[in-house]
Design a protein around this ligand. Structure first.
Ligand code: OVV
Length: 359
């Protein structure tokens, strides 16, 4: 399904289009999952509602506000440094560097080896697709990273003040088992890094391709929520597709979908469906873009979206007073991934706002 209305309807009807049989191409009722299933992503109610409720009490706006000043200072310093540098690769030096500078601390991960989160997540997202060469290669590439992540999820390796340890505190209160806590922490690490890395890279690319929209954003006194949603709609937000499995046979205008079918939901296509969006290919920060399905829809809608929003907000707040234009200095390269819309490189140069107009 690639039309907005169909994708949204399937996501809403989570009893017919279930997640517990996997949200990749593999049907867990026929094939062994490539790893123990996620207790959030790859579950249905009632288990899903218990784990999601527990995580919702940890992932809060209040907790994010507490770290926002620190994140802003990090973003400011990074952008200042890149302005001095001239040409740089925005994927590695901003899109990757910024999430890695803030997210692992939020979770409370050990200091050593955090860069392993990148190959680990690439492996996870490739595994939602077919068992192709890309999948095989990324599993081999992620072997060491998977060992690191498995250790990082354990209680004894988490710092006392992060979200990871709060999951174990929930286990101590009896909200989940110790084993469930470990797997819920794994969800933070699977879903929380490569998504924002690619989201930020794609957003910077979008503004590099549309200098007029960057100018327009400059002219606004505050970050307009509308501009933000349009960015998320237009960029083909990191996750391109998730699957559901039909728990019964479904009649559609196009024919019958038998029980046990894997249904691919093309989230990025739905965000550009001309039936839903006027001039869908146009990046227009003045558009009413809320309702996009870049973060999904319904009970599984992205748990970490507030984290992603805050990361992007800090970066844009760092860039807007300092960067008058984002100029491509070479041809960006796509990163290949079975699920993520990924950039491997984004060679750019920031043009500095002239000193006299800087506040
Ligand atoms: C949304 C997402 C992507 C990948 C992994 C997970 C979630 C997880 O819960 O493990």
């Amino acid at each position: 399904m690639a039309r907005y209305s169909e994708v949204q309807a399937a996501l809403r009807d989570n009893q017919t289009y279930v997640s517990g049989r996997g949200v990749g191409l593999a049907d867990f009722s026929r094939e062994t999952p490539f790893r123990p299933p996620s207790l959030l992503l790859e579950t249905d109610p009632p288990l899903h509602d218990r784990t999601r409720g527990l995580m919702n009490r940890i992932v809060t706006l209040g907790a994010l506000r507490a770290v926002a000043p620190r994140w802003q200072a990090i973003a400011d310093a990074m952008v200042e440094q890149l302005l001095d540098r001239g040409r740089f690769d925005a994927v590695s030096e901003l899109g990757t560097a910024f999430p890695l500078a803030v997210f692992p601390d939020l979770i409370g991960l050990q200091d050593e080896g955090r860069e392993q989160l990148i190959p680990y997540a690439a492996g996870v997202f490739n595994a939602f697709g077919p068992r192709n060469a890309l999948f095989e290669r990324s599993q081999i590439a992620a072997r060491e990273a998977s060992v690191w992540v498995a250790a990082a999820c354990k209680r004894e390796n988490l710092k006392p003040d992060g979200w990871g340890m709060q999951v174990y505190a929930a286990a101590d209160r009896g909200d989940c088992s110790e084993e469930e806590a470990e797997r819920l922490v794994r969800s933070f690490l699977s879903a929380g890094v490569d998504t924002t890395v690619n989201g930020i890279g794609n957003l910077l690319h979008a503004f590099a391709l549309h200098p007029d929209q960057w100018q327009r954003l400059h002219a606004q006194p505050n970050l307009p929520p509308r501009a933000f949603e349009e960015g998320l709609r237009w960029i083909r937000l990191a996750v391109q597709t998730f699957f559901r499995t039909t728990s019964r046979s479904v009649e559609t205008p196009e024919g019958t979908i038998p029980e046990g079918s894997k249904v691919a939901l093309f989230l990025a296509a739905a965000n550009r469906d001309p039936r839903r969006w006027e001039n869908p290919e146009r990046f227009d920060i003045g558009r009413r873009a809320s309702g996009h399905v870049g973060f999904g829809f319904g009970i599984h809608q992205c748990l970490g979206q507030m984290v992603a929003r805050q990361e992007v907000e800090c970066l844009l707040r760092a860039m807007l007073p300092r960067v008058s234009a984002i100029r491509l200095t070479g041809t960006p390269e796509r990163g290949l991934n079975n699920t993520l819309h990924s950039l491997a490189t984004l060679p750019v140069e920031f043009e500095a706002v002239k000193a006299e107009v800087r506040q």
